[in-house]
Structure formats: C-alpha cells, structure tokens
Ligand binder design. Structure first.
Ligand SMILES: [Zn+2]
Ligand SMILES: [Zn+2]
Ligand SMILES: [Zn+2]
Length: 444
C-alpha cells in the first residue's frame, strides 16, 4: 500500500465547530480505541456487550435489556488529586458506565453551585464528560422504536437517509465525538503530535450492517436517496448506486480532473497528505523540511493541497487530478449540494443515522422535509434535532429518537421490512460480500 503510506490527511468535516481548530491534525488514519478486528471477522452487527454493566454511581447492575445507560470518559486527574474521595467508581482509563437516572443526578449535582459531596477535581471530570456522554436506550426501547421507524419507512413516499461517522464505527473507524471520539481524544492532548496516529487505513474498512441495510432498502425502493457526510467510500463499496447517493464531503477513493472534470474511482486512498502537511507546516511554523512536488498547489479556500500527483488519462487533456475531499473552508460541490437539497425537500421521512448533525450546511438538509417534518434519529449523543423527533400531531409523537448503535437499530428495522427467509439468506451472504469488497480495495 505504498501509495497511501505516510501520514494521512484530516477527514472531511463530519461534525462541528467546537474542535475545528484541532481537526487538521487528524491525519487520515482512523484511530479507534478498541482493538480493531480484521474485516473478515467483523460481526454482522455489533450487538454490544450484553453481559451487563455495573453502575459506577449506585454499584448495582445495569440490565442492557431493560435499563438505559450512559457511558462517559474523562481526562485523568492531576497526580496530586489521585487521593480524592471519588463519588464515581471510575474505570482505570477514567471511563464509567451509569444508569441514565444515576447519571442525570450526578451531573446535575456536579453542575450545581455551592459545595456538595462531590470534590472539585471530580466535578471537573464529570462536567467534562457531559460533552461526550454516550447514551444507550434499553434494548426493549430500541426494539419498540425500531418497529415504529419501520412502519414510518413503509408509509413514506420519499424516505431519505442522512448518515454520519457513527455508522462507520463498527467498520473499524473511531467516531468523531463521543467518549472515545477522535476529536475528543485530540482535545485532551496538549500536544497533538503525540496523538495516536496508528489506525486503520481506509482500504481496510468494510461496510457495516447499517451500510448494507441502507443499500438493500434503496434497492427495494424503500429509501429514495442517501445523503452522507462520510468520506470513507463505504456507501459506494456496499453497492449503493452513485445515483442514489450525495457524498457532501467527498470520498477519499475518488479523484477528478481539474481540466475536463472526469472522475476516476480508485481502489486506493487518493489524497497526497504529505503535500498538505507541507502547507500546514509553512502556515504553522513558517517553514517545513518537506519538499513539495512540482505539481503542488495550495488551495485558496482550505490552504491545503488537493492535487494527487496523477494526471488525466485522456491523452488530449492530461490535466492534473485533484482529490474530491471537502476540507474546512472549502465550499461544497454545487452539483452535489443541489441534488441533495432537491432530495431533502421532497422527503416525508428522514432517517438520520450516526450523526450529531452539527456541521453546516450539511445538517440543514435534515430539517428541509415536507411539513409535518418526520424525523427518525439514531445515534449515541444528544442532537439539536431531538426536539423535532418528539414533536406531536394530536397525541401522536411524529418522530423516533433512539440512543444506541445504528447496527442494532437497523437490524431490528430490517426484521420488520424484509421477510424472514429473505433476510436470513441475505445476512448469511455477508461473508461473500466481504470477499467482493476486499476485491475492490488495494491489498498490501
Ligand atoms: Zn445506578
Ligand atoms: Zn481531463
Ligand atoms: Zn481546499
């Protein structure tokens, strides 16, 4: 995989603003915290750890089946604070799992003015964790909501799907936000160069249950269009037709001729991160030891380099090829955003999966549907769109709001939408599909 060696560049904007300044230091390899499974071993759906949890606050067990929970992670306390009388029983990595109710009590107490039973160093840690807390509904709630969402999909005339980084977490990708999110980790680093840059190459990622389920639902006409903030190429790899997909922030496997606009799909990551790094270092330090190649060109909007070093294969053209990734500062591609808007305007149901919907203008599309707006949202963090999901028409709640893993949610939806024997046959072919995905990616 020599063409993709070295530091890989930041990812397309997937989430928002608070951590913008840190983003350029996310060199494109994914840095998941947990062990990364080889693609062939990826489970059909990651059903989470159903062995149960112990609440860090009340020390009683949490039943994933029946009780909702919150997972948090904080920065380690300063060495001289280690003897604090802790209210929470933190794990060794300063993470903790709590009953949702216990969490509500704890973080309200921590945020309240005046003295209370929580010592100040722990208060700080708890308040820090509020921003990245991940919520998981009980499996029972998730199933009920999935049944409702499936009914809405069947009733909709123009259902669209909006996807974010959260649908790729089980592909071996870390999420951006959330307790182990890449941006979260970077925020906690004082020196971002010490951030863990080992990770999974894009070529190693395989579509998740959610990607595959979306592709099937599009094939069956139940979902009309997919709008994605992800640049990882997994929607196309899952077999979704480009006609049904708007990749708002680009795709790291594509490159486009500057002159004739012909697009090339590659089996490798197309970006030249080293040249972008050169411009970044010039900007940050006024100098760089890197030597820019002759084709290098600083982008006027993001300040990085989009040229990949390859040329158009049309002999009469031979224009420079550019990656199609939208970085901070870059404008979205006119054609792509126009089509996405047209689809978003038509929607009478928007299924938003794995996104906290904070990056503009992408997230604006979520609220563009027919009135009354119908929204079904599944992710692990709160979003600004949650209130819309709970809106009522008469006594009926219009939307669906689920906290949890998209794969688990989609698996339940599929049970409702696809006859059992067909579903089983399709799920059983997962391994065959993995082989076909692997054939479409450069191997090292
Ligand atoms: Zn508890
Ligand atoms: Zn060309
Ligand atoms: Zn640019």
């Amino acid at each position: 995989m020599s063409s993709v060696a070295g530091k890989k560049r930041k990812l397309p904007p997937t989430e928002s603003a608070q951590t913008e300044s840190k983003r350029t230091s996310t060199k494109g390899k994914y840095s998941p915290k947990e062990d990364v499974k080889e693609p062939d071993e990826l489970p059909l759906a990651t059903l989470g750890d159903n062995t149960g949890f112990i609440c860090s606050a009340c020390h009683l067990s949490i039943s994933p089946e029946l009780e909702s929970r919150v997972e948090i992670k904080s920065s380690p306390p300063a060495a001289n604070k280690l003897k604090t009388q802790w209210i929470l029983k933190w794990n060794v990595d300063w993470s903790a799992t709590l009953h949702s109710l216990c969490w509500d009590n704890i973080h309200k107490t921590a945020g309240a003015r005046g003295k209370n039973k929580i010592q100040s160093s722990e208060k700080k840690m708890i308040l820090e964790a509020v921003k990245t807390a991940e919520k998981f509904d009980s499996l029972q709630t998730l199933n009920e909501e999935a049944i409702k969402a499936a009914g809405m999909v069947l009733a909709a005339k123009h259902c669209i799907c909006f996807t974010g980084a959260g649908i790729s977490t089980s592909a071996g990708i870390g999420d951006y936000r959330g307790k182990d999110g890449k941006w979260t980790q970077e925020d906690r680093q004082t020196d971002t160069d010490t951030a863990d840059e080992e990770g999974v190459a894009y070529e190693k990622l395989r579509p998740t249950y959610t990607h595959e389920a979306i592709a099937i639902l599009v094939e069956r006409g139940l979902i009309k269009h997919v709008i994605s903030q992800n640049g990882d190429g997994l929607h196309l790899l899952s077999g979704l037709s480009p006609d049904n997909l708007s990749e708002l922030h680009g795709n790291v496997f594509l490159e486009k001729c500057e002159k004739c606009t012909r697009v090339y799909e590659r089996d490798y990551y197309t970006l030249d991160d080293t040249t972008s790094q050169y411009y970044e270092e010039l900007e940050d330090f006024g100098k760089s030891d890197l030597k820019p190649p002759r084709y290098a060109k600083k982008c006027s909007t993001c300040g990085l380099n989009h040229r990949t070093g390859r040329r158009c294969q049309d002999r009469k053209c031979r224009g420079y090829l550019k990656d199609m990734i939208i970085n901070f500062g870059d404008l979205l591609d006119d054609d792509i955003i126009t089509r996405a808007e047209t689809e978003a305007n038509k929607n009478d149901l928007c299924l938003s999966l794995g996104s906290t919907m904070q990056v503009h203008p992408a997230c604006d599309l979520v609220g563009m549907g027919q009135i009354p707006l119908k929204l079904a949202v599944c992710n692990r963090q709160e979003t600004e769109f949650d209130d819309l999901c709970y809106k009522k028409s008469g006594t009926d709640i219009l939307g669906v709001r689920v906290f949890g893993d998209c794969d688990v949610f989609m698996k339940e939806i599929m049970k409702q939408l696809i006859p059992p024997d067909e579903l089983k046959e399709w799920e059983d072919k997962r391994n065959e599909r993995i082989i076909s995905y692997t054939a479409k990616r450069l191997q090292d």
